[in-house]
Design a protein around this ligand. Structure first.
Ligand code: BTN
Length: 245
């Protein structure tokens, strides 16, 4: 289902924007917008996602899951599990999920996920799942120090089209699991693949609240449960996680 229609572009502003407009125009679930280059690639919290031709895989998927707004983090985890599986297989390295939306190895980021949605009271109308994977960046080309690429990790040049198909196939597989079996299986796999457990972290929730503590588990909706330094547990549903040690 995912990838049954793929729109390929040489260059767009942001694949998320193109996908959003197409979804508003009625494009069906599973359509993929793929661009070789983005002039306005963006990450979370208003950051720029550097998107140069031949150096990364940039695509967005239109999804229309029957979920409520507070279940959206589960969908990001579903995608993260699928991407980790593919990267592990193709690079032979133990990539992990850094909740909520990064894939890392040794705390260096290789992939980011940006979800944007249109909703109506209580439910999601559609979600755009935007995915950026660093493919052929060399060490000297990395946009930030704490990042890496598939080529750096595997020592091999990456064929982006091939990687796209592998990721779409695995996403399709996990999205079907998510829809059929619900959160439980996804959460179990995501727990085993998350790099945060037992680590001291600081979370900026985007509303000037900073929470410090140790990551202990996922909640049923895919939020992150933290034991704060004052001993109380708190569940966070979105935010920017900094690893303190
Ligand atoms: C992040 O780590 O902050 C998320 C990065 C998401 C980047 C992808 S690339 C394809 C899609 N189009 C965009 O403009 N952003 C996402």
């Amino acid at each position: 289902m995912i990838g049954r229609k793929i729109y390929k572009y040489d260059k767009v502003g942001s694949t998320n924007d193109v996908a959003f407009i197409r979804a508003q125009e009625g494009e069906k679930e599973g359509a993929v917008i793929w661009a070789l280059e983005q002039s306005k690639g963006r990450g979370r919290l208003g950051r720029i996602w550097v998107s140069r031709k031949g150096k990364g895989l940039f695509f967005s998927i239109i999804l229309t899951p029957e979920i409520s707004l507070n279940e959206a983090p589960l969908l990001i985890l579903t995608a993260a599990v699928a991407i980790v599986k593919v990267l592990r297989k193709s690079c032979k390295k133990d990539f992990l999920i850094k909740w909520p939306n990064d894939i890392v190895i040794d705390d260096k980021k290789i992939c980011g996920i940006l979800t944007e949605m249109e909703s109506e009271p209580g439910r999601v109308r559609f979600i755009i799942l935007g995915i950026g994977i660093n493919t052929n960046l060399k060490i000297s080309e990395l946009p930030i120090e704490e990042s890496t690429s598939a080529k750096i990790e595997s020592g091999k040049e990456v064929d982006e089209e091939n990687l796209l198909f592998l990721v779409l196939k695995e996403l399709d597989n996990y999205y079907a699991i998510f829809k059929k079996k619900g959160a439980e299986k996804i959460l179990k796999e995501a727990r085993d693949l998350c790099c945060l457990w037992g680590r001291q972290i600081k979370i900026d929730d985007g509303r000037k609240h900073r929470i410090e503590g140790t990551a202990v588990d996922f909640s049923e909706e895919g939020g992150l449960i933290i034991r704060q330094n004052n001993g109380f547990l708190k569940t966070i549903f979105a935010g920017d996680v900094k690893l303190l040690r």
